[in-house]
Ligand binder design. Sequence first.
Ligand code: COA
Length: 154
Amino acid sequence: MIAALVIDVADWRAVGTAAVSIRDAVFVSEQGVPAELEHDGRDLDCRHVLVRTREGVPIATGRLLPDGHIGRVAVLPAWRGQGVGRDVMLALIGEASRRGHAEVLLNSQASAVPFYLGLGFSVYGAPFVEAGIPHQAMRFSLVRRSPTLNQSII
Ligand code: COA
């Protein structure tokens, strides 16, 4: 993690404007995802991670849906490759754990699969295409099993 960054986990009312600016830049402008697909109306139900610089400039985001799905993970191009995406994911996984989820799930763009594998996610199911982009379903278990008692501990 870059020491000077500020990472918030918050509701849409608090961080929505900043999150939209990042998501529009990355998904709509950079990747060509139609704006009507990107703005799916589910954000009010989600918890959101927003990463800002020390000066308050928004640079990365991601969301956790009530069903344990993670999505909309995006880092502005100038900030990639410095551990910011990992920070977003760790904050989302931590929030999912606090909320009692047994696992988190996501639909990864094919190009991002190695990023999620590096965080401990595993693939499941067949690849598919969404918004014209190849995707792969992935999951990460939040349940630890005791080697002696074989009990599940969240
Ligand atoms: N392919 C392979 N490895 C990748 C990778 C990729 N596309 N993206 C990141 N990694 C690796 C990094 O090299 C790093 O490895 P290390 O731990 O060995 O150093 C590790 O994953 C963590 O990378 P990090 O710097 O935290 O990632 P990032 O800040 O660049 O964010 C994305 C990664 C995918 C979120 C970012 O590239 C992005 O916003 N892409 C555009 C939007 C997108 O595709 N989102 C995902 C939708 S499913």
